[in-house]
Design a binder for this molecule. Structure first.
Ligand SMILES: NC(=O)c1ccc[n+]([C@@H]2O[C@H](COP(=O)([O-])OP(=O)(O)OC[C@H]3O[C@@H](n4cnc5c(N)ncnc54)[C@H](O)[C@@H]3O)[C@@H](O)[C@H]2O)c1
Length: 328
Protein backbone atom coordinates (compact mmCIF):
# COMPACT_ATOMS: atom_id res chain seq x y z
CA UNK A 1 0.00 0.00 0.00
CA UNK A 2 1.27 3.47 -0.82
CA UNK A 3 0.75 6.96 0.56
CA UNK A 4 0.00 9.63 -2.05
CA UNK A 5 1.64 12.96 -1.19
CA UNK A 6 0.34 15.87 -3.24
CA UNK A 7 2.77 18.78 -3.36
CA UNK A 8 5.50 16.39 -2.22
CA UNK A 9 8.21 18.29 -4.15
CA UNK A 10 7.45 21.45 -2.17
CA UNK A 11 8.97 22.60 1.09
CA UNK A 12 6.90 20.84 3.75
CA UNK A 13 5.76 18.03 1.42
CA UNK A 14 9.35 17.00 0.65
CA UNK A 15 10.08 16.73 4.38
CA UNK A 16 6.97 14.58 4.84
CA UNK A 17 8.09 12.35 1.96
CA UNK A 18 11.50 11.99 3.64
CA UNK A 19 9.85 11.10 6.96
CA UNK A 20 7.56 8.54 5.28
CA UNK A 21 10.52 6.93 3.51
CA UNK A 22 12.41 6.78 6.82
CA UNK A 23 9.42 4.85 8.22
CA UNK A 24 9.62 2.38 5.32
CA UNK A 25 6.40 3.58 3.66
CA UNK A 26 5.83 3.29 -0.08
CA UNK A 27 5.36 6.83 -1.38
CA UNK A 28 3.77 8.24 -4.53
CA UNK A 29 4.16 11.96 -5.18
CA UNK A 30 2.09 14.25 -7.38
CA UNK A 31 3.48 17.72 -8.03
CA UNK A 32 3.18 20.07 -11.00
CA UNK A 33 6.57 21.58 -10.02
CA UNK A 34 5.04 25.07 -10.04
CA UNK A 35 6.82 25.70 -6.72
CA UNK A 36 8.28 22.25 -6.21
CA UNK A 37 11.72 20.91 -7.07
CA UNK A 38 12.58 17.52 -8.50
CA UNK A 39 15.72 17.43 -6.32
CA UNK A 40 13.61 17.88 -3.18
CA UNK A 41 12.09 14.43 -3.71
CA UNK A 42 14.42 12.01 -1.95
CA UNK A 43 12.61 8.86 -3.06
CA UNK A 44 9.28 7.33 -3.97
CA UNK A 45 7.58 7.60 -7.35
CA UNK A 46 7.15 11.16 -8.63
CA UNK A 47 4.37 11.95 -11.08
CA UNK A 48 4.74 15.40 -12.60
CA UNK A 49 1.29 16.79 -13.26
CA UNK A 50 -1.62 18.85 -11.97
CA UNK A 51 -4.32 17.75 -9.54
CA UNK A 52 -6.90 19.44 -11.74
CA UNK A 53 -6.09 17.14 -14.66
CA UNK A 54 -8.61 14.34 -14.08
CA UNK A 55 -7.08 11.91 -16.61
CA UNK A 56 -3.64 12.36 -15.11
CA UNK A 57 -4.77 12.01 -11.50
CA UNK A 58 -7.09 9.10 -12.31
CA UNK A 59 -4.10 7.26 -13.80
CA UNK A 60 -2.06 7.84 -10.61
CA UNK A 61 -4.83 6.23 -8.54
CA UNK A 62 -5.19 3.36 -11.04
CA UNK A 63 -1.49 2.56 -11.19
CA UNK A 64 -0.90 2.55 -7.44
CA UNK A 65 -2.45 0.84 -4.46
CA UNK A 66 -3.04 4.01 -2.44
CA UNK A 67 -4.40 3.73 1.11
CA UNK A 68 -4.12 7.35 2.21
CA UNK A 69 -3.43 10.84 0.91
CA UNK A 70 -1.44 13.67 2.44
CA UNK A 71 -2.51 16.83 0.65
CA UNK A 72 -0.02 19.72 0.60
CA UNK A 73 -0.54 20.98 -2.96
CA UNK A 74 -1.83 24.55 -2.94
CA UNK A 75 -0.88 28.14 -3.55
CA UNK A 76 -0.06 29.91 -0.31
CA UNK A 77 1.02 33.50 -0.83
CA UNK A 78 -1.25 35.79 1.18
CA UNK A 79 -0.48 38.93 -0.84
CA UNK A 80 -0.99 37.20 -4.18
CA UNK A 81 -4.26 35.70 -2.95
CA UNK A 82 -5.61 39.21 -2.34
CA UNK A 83 -4.68 40.36 -5.84
CA UNK A 84 -5.79 37.21 -7.65
CA UNK A 85 -8.47 35.40 -5.62
CA UNK A 86 -9.56 33.42 -8.69
CA UNK A 87 -6.17 31.69 -8.86
CA UNK A 88 -6.58 30.58 -5.23
CA UNK A 89 -10.13 29.32 -5.61
CA UNK A 90 -9.13 27.49 -8.78
CA UNK A 91 -5.99 25.81 -7.52
CA UNK A 92 -6.81 25.33 -3.85
CA UNK A 93 -10.56 24.75 -3.78
CA UNK A 94 -11.18 23.25 -7.22
CA UNK A 95 -7.87 21.33 -6.99
CA UNK A 96 -9.05 19.75 -3.72
CA UNK A 97 -12.43 18.93 -5.25
CA UNK A 98 -10.66 17.11 -8.11
CA UNK A 99 -8.57 15.18 -5.59
CA UNK A 100 -11.57 14.19 -3.46
CA UNK A 101 -13.49 13.02 -6.52
CA UNK A 102 -10.63 10.77 -7.57
CA UNK A 103 -10.28 9.45 -4.01
CA UNK A 104 -13.97 8.65 -3.96
CA UNK A 105 -13.72 6.91 -7.33
CA UNK A 106 -10.73 4.86 -6.20
CA UNK A 107 -12.27 4.06 -2.80
CA UNK A 108 -9.51 5.84 -0.84
CA UNK A 109 -10.97 7.05 2.43
CA UNK A 110 -8.19 8.80 4.39
CA UNK A 111 -6.76 12.24 3.91
CA UNK A 112 -4.40 14.37 5.97
CA UNK A 113 -4.79 17.97 4.95
CA UNK A 114 -2.41 20.98 5.19
CA UNK A 115 -4.47 23.72 6.73
CA UNK A 116 -3.22 26.92 8.28
CA UNK A 117 -3.40 29.38 11.14
CA UNK A 118 -4.76 31.80 8.51
CA UNK A 119 -8.16 30.08 8.89
CA UNK A 120 -8.56 31.90 12.23
CA UNK A 121 -7.92 35.44 11.03
CA UNK A 122 -7.56 37.98 13.85
CA UNK A 123 -7.55 35.81 16.98
CA UNK A 124 -10.01 36.46 19.79
CA UNK A 125 -7.46 35.15 22.29
CA UNK A 126 -4.02 33.54 22.42
CA UNK A 127 -3.00 30.80 22.45
CA UNK A 128 -5.52 29.92 19.75
CA UNK A 129 -7.28 26.59 20.05
CA UNK A 130 -9.24 24.60 17.52
CA UNK A 131 -12.63 25.65 18.91
CA UNK A 132 -11.89 29.34 18.35
CA UNK A 133 -13.66 31.39 15.74
CA UNK A 134 -12.54 31.00 12.12
CA UNK A 135 -12.84 34.28 10.26
CA UNK A 136 -10.05 34.53 7.68
CA UNK A 137 -8.80 38.01 6.77
CA UNK A 138 -7.36 36.99 3.40
CA UNK A 139 -8.35 34.89 0.39
CA UNK A 140 -5.66 32.32 1.05
CA UNK A 141 -7.06 31.55 4.54
CA UNK A 142 -10.61 31.59 3.18
CA UNK A 143 -9.78 28.99 0.51
CA UNK A 144 -8.10 26.77 3.12
CA UNK A 145 -11.22 26.96 5.30
CA UNK A 146 -13.37 26.16 2.27
CA UNK A 147 -11.16 23.13 1.55
CA UNK A 148 -11.53 21.91 5.15
CA UNK A 149 -15.30 22.26 4.95
CA UNK A 150 -15.47 20.51 1.59
CA UNK A 151 -13.53 17.54 2.94
CA UNK A 152 -15.97 17.39 5.88
CA UNK A 153 -18.93 17.09 3.50
CA UNK A 154 -17.14 14.33 1.58
CA UNK A 155 -16.90 12.53 4.91
CA UNK A 156 -20.63 12.89 5.49
CA UNK A 157 -21.54 11.69 2.01
CA UNK A 158 -18.72 9.30 1.14
CA UNK A 159 -17.03 8.35 4.41
CA UNK A 160 -13.69 10.02 3.64
CA UNK A 161 -12.03 10.48 7.04
CA UNK A 162 -9.69 13.41 7.49
CA UNK A 163 -7.21 15.04 9.81
CA UNK A 164 -6.78 18.72 9.12
CA UNK A 165 -3.54 20.17 10.45
CA UNK A 166 -3.51 23.92 10.95
CA UNK A 167 0.12 24.90 10.91
CA UNK A 168 1.60 28.09 12.20
CA UNK A 169 5.01 29.22 10.81
CA UNK A 170 7.10 26.41 9.36
CA UNK A 171 10.87 26.87 9.32
CA UNK A 172 14.11 24.88 9.33
CA UNK A 173 15.42 22.09 7.14
CA UNK A 174 16.02 18.34 7.11
CA UNK A 175 18.85 17.03 9.29
CA UNK A 176 20.48 15.35 6.26
CA UNK A 177 21.17 18.79 4.77
CA UNK A 178 19.72 17.56 1.46
CA UNK A 179 16.38 19.36 1.51
CA UNK A 180 15.21 22.73 2.80
CA UNK A 181 13.18 25.82 1.97
CA UNK A 182 13.37 27.31 -1.54
CA UNK A 183 10.34 29.38 -2.48
CA UNK A 184 10.21 31.80 -5.42
CA UNK A 185 9.33 34.41 -4.38
CA UNK A 186 10.32 33.95 -0.72
CA UNK A 187 7.94 35.58 1.75
CA UNK A 188 8.79 33.80 5.01
CA UNK A 189 10.71 35.63 7.70
CA UNK A 190 13.44 33.11 8.57
CA UNK A 191 14.76 32.56 5.00
CA UNK A 192 14.46 36.29 4.26
CA UNK A 193 16.56 37.17 7.32
CA UNK A 194 19.12 34.52 6.35
CA UNK A 195 19.31 35.96 2.83
CA UNK A 196 20.55 39.18 4.44
CA UNK A 197 23.23 37.19 6.27
CA UNK A 198 24.22 35.61 2.93
CA UNK A 199 24.59 39.06 1.37
CA UNK A 200 21.73 38.41 -1.06
CA UNK A 201 19.50 41.08 0.41
CA UNK A 202 20.57 44.41 1.83
CA UNK A 203 18.28 44.45 4.82
CA UNK A 204 15.23 42.88 6.36
CA UNK A 205 12.03 44.91 6.51
CA UNK A 206 10.24 44.91 9.86
CA UNK A 207 6.60 45.79 9.26
CA UNK A 208 5.58 47.79 12.31
CA UNK A 209 7.27 48.22 15.68
CA UNK A 210 4.32 49.77 17.48
CA UNK A 211 2.23 46.66 18.17
CA UNK A 212 1.09 45.91 21.71
CA UNK A 213 3.90 43.42 22.26
CA UNK A 214 6.97 43.69 24.46
CA UNK A 215 9.31 44.98 21.74
CA UNK A 216 6.54 46.34 19.48
CA UNK A 217 7.00 43.80 16.67
CA UNK A 218 4.65 40.96 15.70
CA UNK A 219 4.89 37.65 17.51
CA UNK A 220 4.57 34.34 15.68
CA UNK A 221 4.81 30.66 16.54
CA UNK A 222 7.64 28.88 14.68
CA UNK A 223 7.58 25.16 14.17
CA UNK A 224 10.34 23.00 12.73
CA UNK A 225 9.41 21.48 9.38
CA UNK A 226 10.48 17.98 10.51
CA UNK A 227 8.18 18.24 13.54
CA UNK A 228 5.39 19.09 11.11
CA UNK A 229 6.33 16.09 8.96
CA UNK A 230 6.15 13.80 12.01
CA UNK A 231 2.66 15.06 12.83
CA UNK A 232 1.43 14.04 9.36
CA UNK A 233 2.60 10.49 9.93
CA UNK A 234 0.89 10.35 13.33
CA UNK A 235 -2.28 11.74 11.75
CA UNK A 236 -2.22 9.08 9.05
CA UNK A 237 -1.68 6.39 11.69
CA UNK A 238 -4.69 7.72 13.60
CA UNK A 239 -6.85 7.32 10.50
CA UNK A 240 -5.44 3.90 9.70
CA UNK A 241 -6.40 2.75 13.20
CA UNK A 242 -9.97 3.88 12.56
CA UNK A 243 -9.72 7.17 14.48
CA UNK A 244 -12.32 9.85 13.98
CA UNK A 245 -11.78 12.90 11.78
CA UNK A 246 -10.23 15.82 13.61
CA UNK A 247 -8.67 19.25 13.32
CA UNK A 248 -5.38 20.02 15.11
CA UNK A 249 -3.24 23.09 15.48
CA UNK A 250 0.47 22.53 15.03
CA UNK A 251 2.74 25.06 16.65
CA UNK A 252 5.35 25.01 19.34
CA UNK A 253 3.24 27.14 21.67
CA UNK A 254 6.15 29.58 21.95
CA UNK A 255 5.88 33.02 20.46
CA UNK A 256 8.89 34.91 19.11
CA UNK A 257 8.85 38.48 17.88
CA UNK A 258 10.27 39.61 14.55
CA UNK A 259 13.05 41.37 16.45
CA UNK A 260 13.84 38.19 18.39
CA UNK A 261 14.09 36.20 15.13
CA UNK A 262 16.53 38.76 13.77
CA UNK A 263 18.53 38.79 17.01
CA UNK A 264 18.78 34.98 17.14
CA UNK A 265 19.76 34.93 13.44
CA UNK A 266 22.58 37.40 14.16
CA UNK A 267 23.84 35.10 16.89
CA UNK A 268 23.55 31.94 14.79
CA UNK A 269 25.13 33.36 11.61
CA UNK A 270 27.65 35.73 13.16
CA UNK A 271 26.51 38.38 10.66
CA UNK A 272 25.22 41.80 11.54
CA UNK A 273 21.83 41.68 9.86
CA UNK A 274 20.60 45.12 8.93
CA UNK A 275 16.91 45.74 9.66
CA UNK A 276 14.62 48.58 8.57
CA UNK A 277 11.39 49.51 10.32
CA UNK A 278 8.58 49.98 7.78
CA UNK A 279 4.88 50.77 8.20
CA UNK A 280 2.56 48.00 9.38
CA UNK A 281 1.06 45.72 6.72
CA UNK A 282 -2.72 45.48 6.58
CA UNK A 283 -4.14 42.36 8.18
CA UNK A 284 -1.12 41.34 10.29
CA UNK A 285 -2.38 40.30 13.75
CA UNK A 286 -0.04 41.34 16.61
CA UNK A 287 0.27 37.86 18.12
CA UNK A 288 -0.38 34.39 16.66
CA UNK A 289 0.44 31.52 18.96
CA UNK A 290 -1.04 28.03 18.78
CA UNK A 291 -2.29 25.83 21.51
CA UNK A 292 -1.27 22.39 20.21
CA UNK A 293 -2.52 20.61 23.30
CA UNK A 294 -5.05 18.65 21.33
CA UNK A 295 -2.44 17.28 18.89
CA UNK A 296 -0.23 16.41 21.84
CA UNK A 297 -3.03 14.59 23.67
CA UNK A 298 -4.73 12.85 20.77
CA UNK A 299 -1.89 12.24 18.29
CA UNK A 300 0.84 11.79 20.89
CA UNK A 301 2.78 14.46 19.00
CA UNK A 302 5.40 16.64 20.57
CA UNK A 303 7.77 18.95 18.74
CA UNK A 304 11.39 17.93 19.23
CA UNK A 305 13.05 21.13 18.01
CA UNK A 306 11.22 23.85 19.89
CA UNK A 307 13.97 26.38 20.56
CA UNK A 308 14.10 29.19 18.04
CA UNK A 309 17.89 28.97 18.00
CA UNK A 310 17.74 25.31 16.92
CA UNK A 311 15.21 26.08 14.20
CA UNK A 312 17.27 28.99 12.83
CA UNK A 313 20.49 26.93 13.01
CA UNK A 314 18.83 24.16 11.00
CA UNK A 315 17.62 26.68 8.37
CA UNK A 316 21.05 28.36 8.29
CA UNK A 317 22.83 25.01 7.64
CA UNK A 318 20.62 24.54 4.58
CA UNK A 319 20.87 28.09 3.23
CA UNK A 320 24.62 28.25 3.74
CA UNK A 321 25.15 25.03 1.81
CA UNK A 322 22.52 25.92 -0.84
CA UNK A 323 22.75 29.72 -1.17
CA UNK A 324 20.73 29.61 -4.39
CA UNK A 325 18.38 26.86 -3.26
CA UNK A 326 17.96 23.81 -5.47
CA UNK A 327 19.70 23.72 -8.85
CA UNK A 328 17.41 25.41 -11.33
N1 LIG B 1 5.07 27.08 4.86
C1 LIG B 1 4.29 27.40 5.88
O1 LIG B 1 4.73 28.02 6.87
C2 LIG B 1 2.83 26.97 5.89
C3 LIG B 1 2.02 27.37 6.97
C4 LIG B 1 0.70 26.94 7.00
C5 LIG B 1 0.20 26.14 5.98
N2 LIG B 1 0.99 25.79 4.94
C6 LIG B 1 0.41 24.94 3.88
O2 LIG B 1 1.24 23.80 3.71
C7 LIG B 1 1.27 23.36 2.35
C8 LIG B 1 2.70 23.26 1.92
O3 LIG B 1 3.37 24.51 2.11
P1 LIG B 1 4.81 24.74 1.50
O4 LIG B 1 5.39 25.91 2.19
O5 LIG B 1 5.52 23.44 1.47
O6 LIG B 1 4.41 25.17 0.01
P2 LIG B 1 5.13 24.84 -1.37
O7 LIG B 1 4.63 25.84 -2.35
O8 LIG B 1 6.60 24.71 -1.16
O9 LIG B 1 4.55 23.41 -1.73
C9 LIG B 1 3.35 23.21 -2.43
C10 LIG B 1 3.63 22.24 -3.56
O10 LIG B 1 2.41 21.95 -4.24
C11 LIG B 1 2.65 21.96 -5.64
N3 LIG B 1 1.35 22.28 -6.28
C12 LIG B 1 0.62 23.41 -6.12
N4 LIG B 1 -0.51 23.32 -6.83
C13 LIG B 1 -0.52 22.10 -7.44
C14 LIG B 1 -1.42 21.43 -8.31
N5 LIG B 1 -2.56 22.00 -8.72
N6 LIG B 1 -1.10 20.19 -8.74
C15 LIG B 1 0.07 19.59 -8.36
N7 LIG B 1 0.97 20.20 -7.54
C16 LIG B 1 0.68 21.44 -7.09
C17 LIG B 1 3.73 23.01 -5.84
O11 LIG B 1 4.47 22.86 -7.04
C18 LIG B 1 4.59 22.81 -4.59
O12 LIG B 1 5.63 21.88 -4.83
C19 LIG B 1 0.46 24.40 1.58
O13 LIG B 1 -0.81 23.85 1.35
C20 LIG B 1 0.38 25.59 2.51
O14 LIG B 1 -0.81 26.30 2.33
C21 LIG B 1 2.29 26.18 4.86
Amino acid sequence: MAVLVTGGAGYIGSHAVAALLEKGEEVVIVDNLYQGHRDAVLGGKLYEGDLRDADFLGKVFQENDIDGVIHFAANSLVGESMKDPGKYYHNNVYGTLCLLEQMQKAGVSRIVFSSTAATYGEPERVPIDEYDRTLPTNTYGETKLAMEKMIRWFEVAHGIKFVSLRYFNAAGAHASGRIGEDHQPETHLVPLVLQVALGQREQISVFGDDYATEDGTCIRDYIHVSDLADAHILALERLRKGGESAIYNLGSGNGYSVKQVIEVSRKVTGHSISAKIEPRRAGDPAVLIASSQRARNELGWSPKREKLEDIVTSAWDWHRSHPNGYEK
